[in-house]
Design a protein around this ligand. Sequence first.
Ligand SMILES: Cc1cc2nc3c(=O)[nH]c(=O)nc-3n(C[C@H](O)[C@H](O)[C@H](O)COP(=O)(O)OP(=O)(O)OC[C@H]3O[C@@H](n4cnc5c(N)ncnc54)[C@H](O)[C@@H]3O)c2cc1C
Length: 451
Amino acid sequence: MAEPGTAVRSVVIIGAGPVGCALATLLRRQGRTVDLFERGAESGTTGSGLSFNLTLTSRGLDCLPRSVKRRLYLQGSVLVKRIIHHRDGAISTQPYGTADAHHLLSIPRRVLQDILRDQAMRAGARIHYGLACVDVDTARPAAMLRDDRGETRWVDGDLVVGCDGANSAVRGAIAAAHPSDLWVARDVIEHGHAEITMDYGDADPAGMHLWPRGDHFLQAQPNRDRTFTTSLFKPLAGDDRHFSELPSATAARDYCATEFPDVYDRMAGVGPDLTTRCPGRLRIVTCAPYHHRRAVLVGDAAHAVVPFFGQGINCSFEDTAALAGLLERSGSPIEAAAAYSEARVRSGHALADLSLRNLEELSDKVNSTAFLARRAMERRLHELHPELYTPLYQMVAFTDTPYDAAQDRHRELGAELDALCRGRDIRREQDAIITEFAARHGHRASGRWAG
Ligand SMILES: Cc1cc2nc3c(=O)[nH]c(=O)nc-3n(C[C@H](O)[C@H](O)[C@H](O)COP(=O)(O)OP(=O)(O)OC[C@H]3O[C@@H](n4cnc5c(N)ncnc54)[C@H](O)[C@@H]3O)c2cc1C
């Protein structure tokens, strides 16, 4: 074990989910000894155990080694647009961005997990299964692990990293031992989610299909094998055991026939799909800082967000690159851990906020032609004046601008655009609005240069 201030030679990672494995690969490439301790069994599921698809964007993908990225592209589906199925049967599309690189890579969670675990092992990381972390000593630093028989032992390293997800035991142990040093807030939202089996039919494979219906929506992600991974997001009933107003298979079928008539005949098992399993709850966990002495929190252990921006794991992969980069630059684990918090906390908090706000966009706003016209105008503005304006979605998904900086910039420029658009027909006056926006900034820029 190294003294504070000396090099980080060995790292103990708790949790061999996608984020733990991605971090392990980066740290092994720096020549460190990496041991991952995973409470799940080797043959069983690691990760959250859920089967939904994850959408990766360049923000997260660019933090992974090129060989991993290549393997992910071979298995995932490239989605370039939202395909919006309106209530009246009309279909509209909304591109995710303005360039080829502006796409989502949708990949089944299990496939992502297998690729990242395989890569970590090839890089020389050791994964120990069936060992659950139950305590952490951040000064030593060390993690206490409990095996299947209930026996415990401590493992030491130069740094302990909690990659153990939204219910992180590492975070819990730090908060319990040092309550005044770690602030934690937890929340659940009223929406839950459940997977529905839906036949693919002749669906457009290049887009994320969306059925926005007010306070709820259906989402279907095409897979390479011409299947859909389909999820319903809807408020839950008071007991959380089923969705509101869907207490029975008959009610669930009636609901889908009314809300999604264009695809209802492709959901043969929707009654049991929505009633035999409890829907998943969606939680938000925020904390600060993301470290204590020589222990750090990475991924959902630091920030569990609702999935409406599809950025949870992208942010987590950014965490791994940030931590690995700081460890490379600083010889001291304590310095690197503190710098990691400094670099990542504001961004994580902003993502929690952005993700929650995007629920309204997915479930309702994309229904509105005025909203779609505004987004189209923003894309056009970006194409004409990329130095002046980047749409929020594009900045969040396809750049490495910190989430908090993206949010601030959008607030400021969005308010200006709001003022210019007020009372006008955006579709007819798009060019005039863009010209006025650019002129205002041109004047401002020349004013600054003149000063
Ligand atoms: C419905 C839904 C959809 C989502 N969609 C997207 C999306 O499209 N795009 C996106 O970017 N993000 C998405 N996310 C978020 C994404 O799933 C998470 O950000 C990601 O799984 C975090 O990975 P992780 O490795 O940090 O945590 P997890 O995946 O939870 O893995 C944690 C690992 O730690 C292990 N573990 C837990 N406790 C212990 C312990 N005490 N000791 C040892 N091991 C332990 C677990 O078994 C697991 O293997 C979505 C989330 C949800 C819920």
